[in-house]
Design a protein around this ligand. Structure first.
Ligand code: SF4
Ligand code: SF4
Length: 365
């Protein structure tokens, strides 16, 4: 982890750990991060995506531009707002919403990159501040689920890789023309059986695109974060369905190569959650010990679903932000009760695979 990453991680932990240990009521400080799901619609059909199956039913639920602006306005100004979905660019008003958010917040955008074009990329660059701690668009994460046909097979829409690659090239060239180092670029990939053999090719692509991070996400089989209706308690009290994955040797080889080249590449290679290679392998063998994990994230991070409900991580409605103030929901009884339950349990069985989970084990073989 680079210097800025370590600093951010330390602030993150301090923000969460103080109330975690000392505030019994479950109240928390102002969150450092809010993930805002601006839609559940998407132009792609990724094999590992749980939204896809319910998209037809969820697509009618999007808020209007003014409703979303009202919600963004309520998010505390020092909070990093991550625009996510679904795919944010299926909304015609997405650039207007990003502009609105960037006036008062530091903003992160996660996109599959297929709906970008030169004009939209210029508009994104115009939102970048000079420094990473200033308000504006500071980070863009683009999903790359493999190279060429592998990517297209995972996202199940032919021709997507070529479009994403062309957009990444435009982003690289435009960022240079603007003389900007921001927004930072993060190439993001979920490790699956389909793309595991290409993990190092994805790192190569990140080098070519002059990315600032390359982030591999461990596959998550939880089915509980739509942010609309409440999930039942079983969602977090029972382990999620096992990962289907047979290419363990390939995964080991790819991870070894990544460890060997970490110092060579001009950016940070990250894993979400942060895990040592042996534990990543155990996760894909469905052999982790959940007692090796903990979580403080609901003390520092909130999620807002596409209808405006604030929720911790599991979809438990803690208040709709069209009706409540941010603090009424963030420190309301439902959110505080969830934090108290988590602190008592330390971790829930259903958290296996969550990309926010904290590993406290030793790594080992
Ligand atoms: S791009 Fe994201 S939201 Fe769209 S189908 Fe793939 S994983 Fe789901
Ligand atoms: S580890 Fe569990 S409690 Fe923590 S953020 Fe993930 S799902 Fe929520």
């Amino acid at each position: 982890m680079g210097y800025l990453g370590r600093l951010y991680h330390a602030v993150d932990l301090a923000t969460a750990l103080v109330p975690y240990h000392f505030v019994k009521s479950g109240r928390a400080f102002t969150p450092l991060r809010v993930a805002l799901m601006v839609t559940h619609r998407c132009n792609l059909r990724c094999a590992m995506c749980m939204i896809v199956e319910r998209e037809a039913e969820l697509r009618e639920k999007d808020l209007t531009t003014s409703e979303l602006k009202l919600i963004i306005h309520k998010i505390p100004s020092r909070t990093l707002v991550t625009f996510t979905g679904g795919e944010p660019f299926v909304r015609r008003d997405i650039l207007e919403l990003l502009r609105f958010a960037a006036r008062d917040h530091r903003v992160n955008l996660i996109t599959n990159g297929a709906l970008l074009n030169g004009e939209k990329i210029s508009q994104l660059l115009a939102l970048a501040p000079k420094r990473v701690f200033q308000k504006g668009l500071i980070l863009v994460g683009v999903s790359v689920q493999g190279i060429g046909e592998t990517h297209d097979a995972v996202v199940r829409v032919k021709g997507t890789f070529d479009r994403v690659r062309a957009n990444l090239e435009t982003f690289r060239e435009e960022r240079k023309k603007w003389g900007k180092s921001l927004p930072l670029l993060d190439i993001k990939s979920v490790i699956t059986e389909e793309n595991v053999a290409q993990m190092n090719d994805i790192v190569d692509l990140a080098v070519e695109m002059e990315a600032d991070f390359c982030t591999f996400q461990i596959v998550n089989t939880q089915d509980s974060s739509y942010g609309i209706e409440d999930v039942p308690e079983e969602a977090y009290m029972t382990p999620p369905v096992p990962v289907r994955f047979e290419k363990i040797d390939t995964l080991r080889e790819q991870l070894e190569k990544i460890e060997a080249r970490r110092k060579e590449v001009p950016f940070e290679i990250r894993f979400n959650p942060i895990l040592p290679p042996a534990e990543i392998v155990r996760r894909y063998r469905n052999a982790i010990n959940i007692a090796d994990y903990g979580c403080y994230v609901p003390w520092s991070t909130a999620h807002i679903g596409p209808t405006g409900n604030l929720f911790p991580c599991y979809s438990i409605n803690c208040g709709n932000l069209l009706e409540k103030t941010f603090d009424e929901a963030w420190n309301g009884e439902a959110f505080r009760a969830f934090r108290r339950k988590l602190r008592e349990a330390k971790i829930f069985p259903g958290c296996e695979g969550c990309c926010f989970i904290s590993y406290r084990g030793r790594g080992g073989k």
